[in-house]
Design a protein around this ligand. Structure first.
Ligand code: FO1
Length: 306
């Protein structure tokens, strides 16, 4: 079956890896959040794309979630000794990727093309598509002022209190080549267990993508990022509290209202009232966990299609 999945962050990458290991999936397309992208030290950095590429090619640092396994940090040590910014850690191997991607983008290649070449070079069978080749930047309005995503997430470690989130450039952004087609052609569409407000909303903010979810004949199933009413990783429930939203699956389903046909959620949590739902143990630690959650989502999609 053809599967298309919207993904961002570490949780999203785990779910996509699970899908990659399901033999029912013979065509997999990931539409990846680029709202976290930023220029740092003159380089174009695409964290959610890189986390997914590293994860799908078995290079990811599993405990850290982002970056490469077995990384060395000579660049960061030298940068720090020179008084450079050391809040955003760039491993030596990771750095090579950022340098080459920046050079290719400055030569006029699109982020999509550069990403596709990396996926091919690393033997990744899935199509990894940025949500857009245009610049879209996630900003958070906080009690410390307006912060671009990485300043909030890494530099300030998600401590600021958020009152609003916006996606600069989204209104003029176009879906990257293949994005809308992959939503129209899919037999099933999934929204990965990424942070709905920080990692999925930027994707839905690109004009045309939310409509494509509404119009596709495929069932659209979101996987809740909550496990036992908490976020597995990152600021999801803290953010929900700050935005005045209850940390439950009613709120998650409500956030995607009109876009999804069902919500797959953790067995420990109550189902949403108004949306078709199924549950399984959604915590993904081992590869078997990731495959179990992916397969539960596939079975749910097939049940909704029948
Ligand atoms: N996250 C951190 O918490 N600290 C870091 O120093 C850091 C560096 C980093 C470098 C490359 C990269 O692709 C991701 C990196 N991340 C880091 C994670 C990143 O901020 C997040 O993965 C996403 O932006 C949110 O999902």
């Amino acid at each position: 079956m053809k599967v298309t999945v919207l993904s961002g962050g570490v949780g999203g990458a785990k779910f996509v890896l699970g899908l990659q290991h399901c033999e029912e999936v013979d065509q997999l397309t990931a539409i990846v959040n680029t709202g976290d992208d930023f220029r740092h030290l003159g380089m174009h950095i695409s964290p959610d794309i890189d986390t997914l590429l590293y994860t799908l090619s078995g290079q990811a640092n599993a405990t850290q979630g982002w970056g490469r396994e077995g990384e060395s940090w000579n660049f960061m040590a030298a940068l720090k000794a020179l008084g450079g910014p050391d809040w955003f850690n760039l491993g030596d191997g990771d750095l090579a990727l950022h340098v080459l991607r920046t050079q290719r983008i400055e030569q006029g290649h699109s982020l999509s093309v550069v990403t596709a070449d990396l996926a091919k070079a690393w033997g990744i069978g899935a199509s990894v598509l940025p949500m857009s080749d245009d610049t879209v930047a996630t900003w958070l309005e906080t009690d410390e002022g307006a912060l671009p995503f990485q300043s909030y997430f890494v530099e300030r470690q998600c401590r600021p209190i958020t009152s609003a989130i916006r996606f600069e450039g989204a209104v003029d952004a176009r879906p990257a080549p293949g994005v809308l087609q992959s939503l129209a052609d899919a037999d099933a569409v999934f929204i990965a267990p990424s942070n709905p407000w920080l990692s999925v909303d930027p994707v839905l903010a690109v004009p045309g993508i939310a409509d494509a979810l509404r119009e596709t004949s495929a069932p659209v199933i979101a996987i809740s990022p909550l496990v036992g009413g908490k976020a597995v990783k990152g600021p999801t429930t803290k953010l929900m509290a700050e935005l005045g939203i209850n940390a439950d699956n009613e709120a998650i389903a409500g956030h995607y209202a009109g876009l999804i046909s069902g919500l797959l959620h953790d067995s420990a949590d109550a189902p949403p009232l108004s949306t078709p739902a199924r549950s399984t143990a959604t915590l993904m630690t081992s590869l078997d966990d990731k495959v179990r959650v992916a397969r539960a989502a596939i079975v749910f999609a097939e049940a909704l299609k029948a």
